[in-house]
Design a binder for this molecule. Sequence first.
Ligand SMILES: [Zn+2]
Length: 310
Amino acid sequence: MSQRPRNPYSSAEIDRSSHERESEERMIELASSGAARFVPIDTEKNLVKTGGNPEAVFLHGMMARAVAGTADHSIFLGYVDGTPYFAVDVTGKETPLGELGEFVDLRQVGALLFAKEGSILAYARAMTYWHRRHRYCGVCGASTKVTRGGHVRVCTNDSCKTDQFPRTDPAVIMLVHCGDKCLLGRGKQFPRGMHSTLAGFVEPGESFEDAVAREVYEEVKVRVKNVIYRSSQPWPFPASVMIGFHAETDSLEFEVNEDELASALWLSREELRPENLPKDGSFFMPRRDSIARRLIEEWLGHEAGPSIAG
Ligand SMILES: [Zn+2]
């Protein structure tokens, strides 16, 4: 049986070994072992060796100990091929890491990295982002402290002690189609020429299918049916998971809600053939590492999608 391609940044190769987070001693033992690799993050940016094919920089040995020593805590990510990985936030710290590479936004290089590296960097980025925004308890306002390998922050107020867990915000993303045409839109912040699928956050009290129907109606006043799940993708930019669908409609009529979208248009499979796309930059598809691109490619009949090297 052929395996469906995985989406970039998903973490099939990471053994999170969550039971080990329970033991503080085990975490210290692993982090101080020579085998450990550290993933440094500076304000949502990952350390990458650029110039030529980009490569993730993982720290080990003396450099790892020096950098981990300056940070407030490290976060156990799990094992990849038997090697333990930790994320470490170096934001605002003096480190010599600039000699090893450059801190860049993962989205600039993600499509060019090996899949495993992209997954580790995305996971590390998501975890450090959460930590930097949950230093205080949302219930009583006291400070929180890191526990369970960096996967929980617990309130330091003895009469509260509320646990806080890393947060992921679900967002639905959907390719709306009608016969041989699909509907692509332009968000107000999109780079010039980029067209993509519609998308939006799931609200409390909604199923994913409810959110698909509501978002499509809000953005283009189109009613959809046959909402079919396709695949999902971690999207830690900053803290989402994208849940991807195809959704059908009976009519080509639509009306753009200008508060939400700049424009939208129907395109046929023929019009979306690479040789038929305008070459003047007035139309291009979403980035190769995005589920939006995969949803479009799958509808076009290109099952391989944007999956990248293993
Ligand atoms: Zn509290």
